[in-house]
Design a protein around this ligand. Structure first.
Ligand SMILES: NC(=O)c1ccc[n+]([C@@H]2O[C@H](COP(=O)([O-])OP(=O)(O)OC[C@H]3O[C@@H](n4cnc5c(N)ncnc54)[C@H](OP(=O)(O)O)[C@@H]3O)[C@@H](O)[C@H]2O)c1
Length: 322
């Protein structure tokens, strides 16, 4: 099969399209013919092996997962003897990050628990952009953010891969949604259901006096005190992204600030595939749809990651495989 392979950490030039052996499904595994994948932040940092902390997961001196990529959409080619949830021909999607990655390839063999049936109203390309980004948004808003009907919600970074899902999911839960984005993305974010827009190049959410029950920060680099100042007295701020320093500030200072009062602040790491079936239902009911910035063929994964690394993506970048 064809696959994107990298043998050592470094620049994106390391990523080479190679012919490698097809995976063979173990007893609890499903062999998926991958029709599409998508670009996520981990794909970039795992290839570079930086920040060094990621090497705890990916291998200290050289990458242990030779084929990067984690979002997949495709068709079941074969199943292991103990598999009960899927059968040959099923159209599936999922996130393979807990099972060795390997999505930037024509085939991947993955534990059946990492998959769900693909939303019927999406193409493979669209479906492949969903698993990680939509679940970061859902888990941040629901599990961490405790979102409720009529909550005032601020989404910082609403035009990105995670942000575009977060706007729609927050609206689904009946919140009043304010979003930060730049002027060129206002129409996109309004089309996803946003009630108000703050152009972050012109205005500052921390200085307009508004108070939010829930702030989801997927981009930017603000202090925890800025987010705290914009929360209602029992408000919650969940930082899922932005600059590394914003993420570390949320991890380190968020819990400390939270112990000093009723406002809760902190970071969140996604639990891959948790509630993927719920997202499938949201999509099939027309409440949520992926936004695709651009698609690249498998052979141009390095180019796709370069485009992603510029930080100006509108929605998701898809990778078309077979
Ligand atoms: N917690 C987790 O489990 C998890 C999982 C995956 C990713 N992440 C993190 O999530 C973050 C976002 O990932 P992503 O894939 O959604 O990113 P992305 O698609 O690359 O986000 C790009 C978007 O962010 C917007 N943006 C940039 N700076 C902004 C700012 N200061 N305020 C508002 N919008 C801004 C850009 O719009 P303009 O061009 O208009 O600026 C662009 O549309 C990354 O930092 C990543 O580390 C976390």
């Amino acid at each position: 099969m064809k696959a994107i392979v990298y043998e050592k950490y470094g620049t994106l030039d390391q990523l080479l399209l190679r012919e490698v052996k097809n995976p063979v499904p173990k007893a609890n595994e499903v062999l998926v013919r991958v029709f599409a994948s998508s670009v996520n932040f981990n794909n970039l940092v795992f290839v570079k092996g930086k920040p060094l902390i990621v090497r705890i997961e990916t291998g200290l001196l050289k990458p242990k997962f030779k084929i990067p990529g984690n979002d997949i959409a495709g068709r079941v080619e074969a199943v292991g003897t103990n598999v009960s949830r899927f059968q040959e021909g099923d159209e599936v999607f999922g996130d393979t990050s807990q099972y060795g990655f390997g999505a930037f390839a024509e085939y991947v063999s993955v534990r059946e628990t990492e998959l769900a049936l693909k939303p019927e109203n999406l193409s493979f390309e669209e479906a492949a952009t969903v698993p990680e980004a939509a679940l970061v948004a859902l888990q941040a808003l629901c599990d961490k953010g405790k979102i409720q009907k009529n909550h005032k919600v601020l989404i910082c970074g609403a035009s990105g891969g995670i942000g575009t899902f977060a706007v729609q999911i927050a609206k689904y839960f009946g919140a009043e949604v304010t979003c930060t984005c730049s002027s060129k993305n206002v129409d996109l974010v309004l089309s996803l259901g946003a009630d108000q827009i703050i152009d972050y190049n012109r205005d500052d959410f921390a200085k307009n006096g508004a108070r939010y029950d829930l702030i989801l920060a997927t981009a930017g680099s603000r202090s925890m005190l800025d987010y705290k100042s914009a929360l209602t007295s029992r408000g919650i701020c969940v930082v899922t992204g932005g600059t590394m320093s914003q993420i570390f500030r949320a991890m380190l200072f968020g819990p400390v600030i939270s112990t000093l009062g009723s406002k809760k602040l902190g970071s969140m790491l996604v639990k891959p595939n948790k509630d993927l079936t719920f997202v499938k239902e949201l999509i099939e009911s027309g409440k949520v749809k992926p936004v695709i910035d651009r698609s690249y063929p498998l052979c141009d994964v390095a180019e796709a990651l370069r485009h992603y690394s510029e930080g100006r993506t509108k929605g998701k970048i898809a990778i078309t495989v077979s």
